[in-house]
Design a protein around this ligand. Structure first.
Ligand SMILES: Nc1nc2c(ncn2[C@@H]2O[C@H](COP(=O)(O)OP(=O)(O)OP(=O)(O)O)[C@@H](O)[C@H]2O)c(=O)[nH]1
Ligand SMILES: [Mg+2]
Length: 243
């Protein structure tokens, strides 16, 4: 691709051979190719997430999961971080996944089929301090068991609130995913509440964190379910995992 583009760049400048494009021509050719690839990925993401998305299964127990089939993506993170809202933003629905400002809204594993190509799993949150012990054991235990042992789970989208510090519970989940060798991708949520310089620092901090975790995907995406920021980029990234 780059070679062709550099060749074309050379030709437009009236050269007849392709051996000596200038540094600037090569850089321009790389940039043009990268932009074309990103545009294609964004379009693939848009198409995938424009497909019909339907809820098909809720699971409250690890021995009652739907049969495995399509590649699965699980949305994990602390209570209230915005998992259900992010699924709604990605799929362009207002209320496919139930979101609420009451932490601990999602209490089971909710499975959504996206166009027969990918399954999205909305998970209960962890780290909800006020949850009763028994409750924690129930839905948080279910979440951990699922993350550790699901063969079709292709990636965990691990959400971190851009406005607040990373917590010990987040670190514990990243360690667990490292140990289970389950790839996770860190996604910042609620970026509408953060000024650009602060958000840039946060993004760097989280990218550095990703570099320290063997199971972490290196790309960190900053999103807002409220404004739609980062949603096309996240769709593009996730479309690469679909059938
Ligand atoms: N400002 C802002 N608020 C958001 C955003 N995304 C979610 N919220 C709010 O955060 C709260 C929690 O959202 P949910 O999507 O229910 O969070 P959750 O992670 O699914 O929560 P649990 O199911 O309880 O673990 C709701 O009041 C949302 O409206 C966002 O991008 N920006
Ligand atoms: Mg939820």
């Amino acid at each position: 691709m780059v070679h062709h583009a550099a060749h074309a760049a050379g030709q437009t400048q009236g050269r007849t051979h392709l051996n000596h494009p200038t540094q600037a021509e090569i850089a321009a050719a790389f940039a043009a190719d990268a932009a074309a690839l990103q545009a294609a990925a964004i379009e693939a993401g848009r198409l995938l997430f424009a497909a019909e998305c339907r809820f098909f299964y809720a699971s409250q127990r690890i021995d009652q999961l739907p049969p495995t089939g399509l590649p699965e993506l699980a949305f994990a993170g602390r209570s209230n971080v915005g998992k259900s809202s992010l699924i709604n933003a990605l799929t362009g629905h207002n209320a496919l996944a139930r979101a609420s400002n009451q932490p601990g809204r999602t209490k089971q594993l909710n499975f959504f089929d996206l166009g027969g190509r990918l399954v999205l799993v909305d998970m209960p949150g962890y780290g909800y301090a006020q949850a009763a012990k028994a409750v924690k054991k129930d839905w948080q235990g279910l979440m951990f068991d699922f993350l550790r042992g699901r063969p079709t789970l292709r990636r965990v989208v691990l959400l971190l609130d851009a406005r607040i510090e990373i917590k010990d519970s987040d670190r514990a989940v990243m360690d667990l995913l490292d140990r289970a060798a389950v790839t996770f991708q860190l996604v910042l949520t609620k970026t509408d509440g953060t000024k650009p310089p602060r958000l840039a620092r946060k993004q760097e901090e989280v990218e550095a964190l990703a570099r320290r975790h063997p199971a972490a995907h290196p790309v960190v995406i900053a999103t807002s379910a409220e404004t739609g920021a980062g949603i096309p980029e996240l769709r593009a990234e996730l479309a690469g995992l679909a059938n």
